[in-house]
Design a protein around this ligand. Sequence first.
Ligand code: PEP
Length: 258
Amino acid sequence: MRRPIVVGNWKMNLNHREATYCVQKLAWILRDANFDYRTCDVVVLPPFTSIRSVQVLAEADNLKIAYGAQAVAATSQGAFTGDVSADMLAALDCSYVIVGHSERRKYHPEDDATLVDETRAILTAGMHPILCVGESYDERKQGIELEYAVGQVNDVTRDLSDDEVSRMLIAYEPVWAIGTGMVANSQTAQDAAHAIREHLASSFSTEVAERVRILYGGSVNSKNASQLMTQAKDMDGFLVGGASLDPDEFSAIVRLTQ
Ligand code: PEP
């Protein structure tokens, strides 16, 4: 059985003080609601500059909210100005790191080999990569959305071992749905999650395909999450952008998984 997971991608929002307040408020709301963390992993991905503050809070208050980063360098150390390594993130007790988010693909283009190196660096440091894939509106218009998303999964995973792939998460995030308010319907999300799972089964094994958690991302909020959660059977949770910045809204999405 795969455990549901809801991940908040804060993008370039919330400085370290705001981040502390946001996580604290999220924890309070979930505690007051008697939320059972054994039923769903709750994760936030702050900007790099806020991760240490979240770590300090998590240690001091013994929080069960996990956290991680939105990107990572492919290399482990050295003359790479502005980069942050997987070991640095692991030393901050990060558990999850995004690879290949469409905003990174657009503004900081990286080739597939670099995405593979980032994925390996995250795994080697003991964390879980969240690989983002998904078609643009153009690919959807051409009717090639499933091939496109599955192709992106294949590009990054094909040289990885069964063990490496089983520790990954895959987020299906159609680019046309990110930050636009145009959420995919549950059939669209299910079709993509199913195609990705079938691909993992045929390229690796059914055990691997059964282990990998597949998320949907793109304009998720507390109003549309419930239908997606109940009707897209191959989906195990959400990657939430905008709505994760509001602890009331994010906690409402989290609680829908129960
Ligand atoms: C995202 O960027 O990962 C995302 C899902 O954004 P939003 O929820 O704001 O569409």
